[in-house]
Ligand binder design. Structure first.
Ligand SMILES: O=C(O)C1=C[C@@H](OP(=O)(O)O)[C@@H](O)[C@H](O)C1
Ligand SMILES: C=C(OP(=O)(O)O)C(=O)O
Length: 447
């Protein structure tokens, strides 16, 4: 599916990852760039859009098609979850998946892997099923926050039990229907609590009026993606009042979803243009996007790049000098590891803030970045909500990836400029882009 090409049609591909337990670890030495990279990158679809399209299709009244989906561990697990609950999901083709909704039922067991989308989007669907549905995942998934969505579902009339810490393992005793109505949630730990509830809300008897109370909800662009896709499926959604989302009950329509290339997955490739003074084009970029292209453009520009969009795609050019930045990353927090890697290679200090919640991502990303970038020679100060990074002379090191795909991306970016960056495991990139090692090698080979 994904490919780095000099010319259209030429592609490098790798086998997709299994949906089951994470693949065996694969130590890897990040390839160093010997000059500016110049490439057109073809990446598979957005993880976030694919996950939403799968859920909305399984909840719809008619069949749907998903064009250019992401085939990776997270989306395979989502497809498996919906199959276990009664939908027929055909993922045979790389180009188009089909989803045939069916009566939702248990008993079922759902493996969420390490996917926030599966652990927050599938339980609300399970409350609509008839029967008991259990959830568990990778060891670290048990540490990821889930309590607020469990409490909100309970307030909406669902019957479910989380572990004593409020997270996985989870048991949902579905009764085939959920009252819905009003609920209050603190979604400061993850926007996915809100997205998960909203996606299933059209099927709640009274719909949903959800109010957030607490520190700001991160990842606003992901919430806009959720409301946009709900409306595209025929739902009536009102998000005109800040921190309040209202979804009317009603049938969702089946439709054809066309998934945009994954902008977050493109981040390390764009970073390579900045680090090497090269140029990288993300092919197939749509004229209008539901991913945060404005925020990403602003950030890459502040870091010293130039971003342009034309018929060829979204193109990022670098000068070879990365500028230190002061940036609030709360809207694009999943980019923090790659931005932190760029900061370690910058011409001055950076302060990345507004991302306290990423301590609850695939790993505690603030602590992990502080530890690993320090090992490489950067001077890093860890704050509750971010990092101050002052570049220093960088040296070879073993970069621990903590089963976190975006930690691997960060290490690969530093490795472009620093010889001997060893990753403890590059196989963790299968979470969202199984082809990453081959695509990266292809990119660097063109430097
Ligand atoms: O809804 C989504 O698809 C996502 C929302 C964000 O989660 P958080 O709000 O927990 O950061 C983002 O970081 C994650 O990668 C994907
Ligand atoms: C935070 C991320 O993923 P998840 O959907 O598992 O929360 C991510 O992909 O950076």
């Amino acid at each position: 599916m994904g490919a780095v090409t000099d010319e259209p049609g030429q592609s490098a591909t790798a086998s997709p990852s299994p949906a089951g337990p994470a693949a065996a670890t694969r130590p890897w030495v990040a390839p160093i760039a010997t000059g500016p990279v110049r490439s057109t990158v073809r990446l598979p679809g957005s993880k976030s859009m694919t996950a939403r399209a799968l859920v909305l299709s399984a909840l719809a009244a008619e069949p749907s098609r998903i064009e250019r989906p992401l085939r990776a561990r997270d989306t395979a697990l989502m497809a498996d979850a919906l199959r276990a609950l009664g939908a027929t999901v055909d993922t045979t083709s790389d180009e188009t998946w089909t989803v045939e909704p069916g009566p939702l039922h248990g008993p079922a067991h759902i493996d969420v892997g390490l996917a926030g989308t599966v652990m927050r989007f599938a339980p609300p669907v399970a409350t609509l099923a008839d029967g008991t549905v259990t959830f568990d995942g990778d060891p670290h998934a048990r540490n990821r926050p889930l309590g607020p969505i469990v409490a909100a579902l309970r307030a909406l009339g669902a019957d479910l039990d989380a572990s004593p810490t409020g997270g996985l393992p989870l048991t949902v005793r579905g009764r085939g229907l959920v009252d819905g109505g009003e609920a209050v949630i603190d979604a400061s730990a993850s926007s996915q609590f809100v997205s998960g509830l909203l996606l299933s809300a059209p099927r709640f008897a009274k719909g949903l009026v959800l109010r957030h109370e607490g520190p700001p909800v991160p990842s606003a662009p992901h919430l806009r993606m959720t409301t946009h896709m709900l409306r595209a499926a025929g739902a009536a959604v009102d998000d005109s009042v800040p921190d309040v989302w209202a979804v009317e009950p009603g049938a969702l329509r089946g439709r054809t979803w066309t998934i945009e290339p994954d902008l977050s997955g493109a981040a390390p490739f764009f970073a390579a243009a900045l680090v090497t003074g090269g140029v990288v084009t993300l092919a197939g970029w749509p004229r209008e996007s539901w991913q945060p292209v404005g925020q990403v453009t602003e950030l890459l520009t502040a870091l010293g790049g130039r971003v342009e969009q034309d018929a060829d795609g979204l193109t990022v050019r670098g000068t070879g000098t990365v500028r230190g930045v002061r940036a609030d990353l709360s809207e694009v927090s999943e980019l923090t590891p790659v931005v932190a890697a760029l900061a370690a290679l910058a011409d001055g200090p950076s302060h990345l803030r507004g991302v306290a919640h990423i301590r609850g991502h695939e790993t505690d990303r603030i602590a992990a970045l502080a530890r690993e970038l320090t090992k490489l020679g950067a001077h890093v100060v860890e704050h509750p909500d971010g990092l101050e990074i002052t570049p220093g002379p960088l040296r070879p090191a073993l970069f621990e990836t903590y089963a976190d795909h975006r930690m691997a991306h960060a290490a690969a970016v530093v490795g472009l400029a620093v010889e001997g960056v060893h990753l403890s495991d590059v196989a963790c990139t299968s979470k969202t882009l199984p082809e990453f090692p081959e695509l990266w090698a292809g990119l660097v080979a063109r430097s």
